[in-house]
Design a protein around this ligand. Sequence first.
Ligand SMILES: [Zn+2]
Length: 486
Amino acid sequence: MASHQSPSTGGRSLRAVALFLLGALALAAPRSLFSAPPATRRPGQLPATAISAPSAPGGRTAEGLALLKQRKYREAFDILEPLSQARPHDKRLAKSAYIAGLSHLLELYKQKRYEEILSLGDHVTALDPDDYQSYFARGRALEELKRPAEAVDMFRRSRERGDRDFVSRALANAYLLMGDFPNAVESFEEIVSAGKGKRRDLENLGVASYKSGDTEKAIHYLGKALELAPGDPAITALLARYTKEHGVQSNYSSASNAHFEVLFENTPAQRDLKEKLLVLLEAAYAEVTGDFGFRPEETIQVVIYPSGGAFREASDAPTWSAAVYDGKIRIPTGETRVPDEALQRILQHEFTHLVVEKLGGRRVPAWMNEGIAQVEEKREVPWAKPLLRRVLGNKNLRSSFAPLSSLEGSFIGLAGEQAKLCYAQAYYATKFILEMGGMWSFTQMLGDIKDGTEPADALKRATGYDYPDFQKKWVAELMEDFHLAH
Ligand SMILES: [Zn+2]
């Protein structure tokens, strides 16, 4: 190949263009995870003069640069990238190829072609591994694909290379999305203490503080968020809930062991109960983590309420629930003495919800979640079988047997009897999955859902059946088990 002089690509103005593009990417991204507003989108309009013409065009390089100037980024990249690989010491060429690649990543982002960003991304990064922007674009794509743990990794790499507000914010949001609340708090606090905190940052900092157990701090930052958005209904509601809970728990004491922090009212009866719970919680931890082969690292918050009334006031739990997991395990006591065995079951059930959230994220269908939580109680749920037998054995009642696909949302709002039937269905459907593929296929299914797979597709991958076929299959097995005619 003839050696021709590297053409000048006007590196500085090109860099400015890419910065501008990435700014548009930051604007296009969702700001809040909990009350997502419609994403504000601003097209990355470029001034026509932004890309300088090469001073010494020649051959394929000139062709690539011309395409770049015409904003045919993909075509430019496909020419410039291999040329750059062939001439690794030509920094200007690498820079031009990088700009073309980066600009194309933005185009893909706007077209929601996130998988393609990932497959192309490391080729773009390789052209300028010290620049923060390609990592940022890849992080955004991972976020859209609901792969927050990998998004965190990309945003961290991006931030190491360029300290920009929108990168820090994306990192903090990704921590929140993956449920790493302590790191989310730290990241949002950095933004806020640098005086860069927007209303969404304060709101998210409030939520992350609450989730990591600091209700007082949560109330403080939600108050600040409300100052910036007076009357906002979502913030107002959240603030009211946290304040109410804080009021109920403000005089509670805390005690910890290896994996749990227990909050309790400091009375002799509750102190005794707390001692017992600390022991039972560790037993529940060993039992459930053994089955899942997964051990959550962070301290798990448990609140014991001295009465059902205090429990429901702080948690909005329905009257039929024995306990609840909503980021914290909350248990009512007081009215009746619960035998240790039952308490142990309750703890295993609620702790399982925490493990499911860690392994599967927030989109795990309620029937899978409640199903596996009941399985982890480690006993045959005594009322489930008679109830299902009664419903399936009666043609008139059979219509109240909902398809599993309709049981993806929370059971919390259901009336007692209806809830019971849903729990029974969830229990047997989950047992059916475990009989087919064992715990391994169940955790695989959770992992798929966390990685962005739709629950229906994850179910199909784990069992080989789509929802309707799966329903037919396990109901048929149940009928057979009950000696009922199909
Ligand atoms: Zn449950």
